[in-house]
Ligand binder design. Structure first.
Ligand code: 5GP
Ligand code: ZN
Length: 113
């Protein structure tokens, strides 16, 4: 399967990793949209949020817990941050292996573009 994030999970493509556990890994986005822009992904390939099943509930929980841990370690938890999951064309998804964006380090606008 030609998935760039599966290659990062496998270690075949380098990434600036901030956190790794049995379920998820977190690494800096290659094209950051904020002073801190981190992607939290499951090790297991899931193409979009539409493909999540009830059995994946704990895995999505792991992604959220990892995001909170990364935010604390980056020192942005109190000032705040944004977590984003883009899905398919209208959501702006470009990599089809689910990932949670953590954006922090500046005041973010709302609504997003
Ligand atoms: P999406 O638009 O699918 O929600 O987000 C995909 C994100 O992955 C983009 O922010 C893009 O910059 C990032 N990205 C794409 N390829 C790579 C890569 O090879 N390494 C890293 N670290 N980030 C990537
Ligand atoms: Zn993948």
């Amino acid at each position: 399967m030609d998935c760039i994030f599966c290659k990062i999970v496998a270690g075949d493509v380098p990434a600036d990793k901030l956190l790794e556990n049995d379920h998820v890994i977190a690494f800096r986005d290659l094209n950051p949209q904020a002073p801190h822009h981190v992607l939290i992904i499951p090790r297991r390939h899931i193409a979009t949020v539409n493909e999540l099943s009830p059995a994946d509930a704990a895995l999505v929980g792991e992604m959220s817990l990892a995001a909170g841990q990364v935010a604390r370690e980056l020192g942005v938890a109190d000032d705040g941050y944004r977590l984003v999951l883009n899905c398919n064309r209208n959501g702006g998804q470009t990599v089809f292996h689910i990932h949670m964006h953590l954006l922090a380090g500046r005041q973010l606008g709302w609504p997003p573009g």
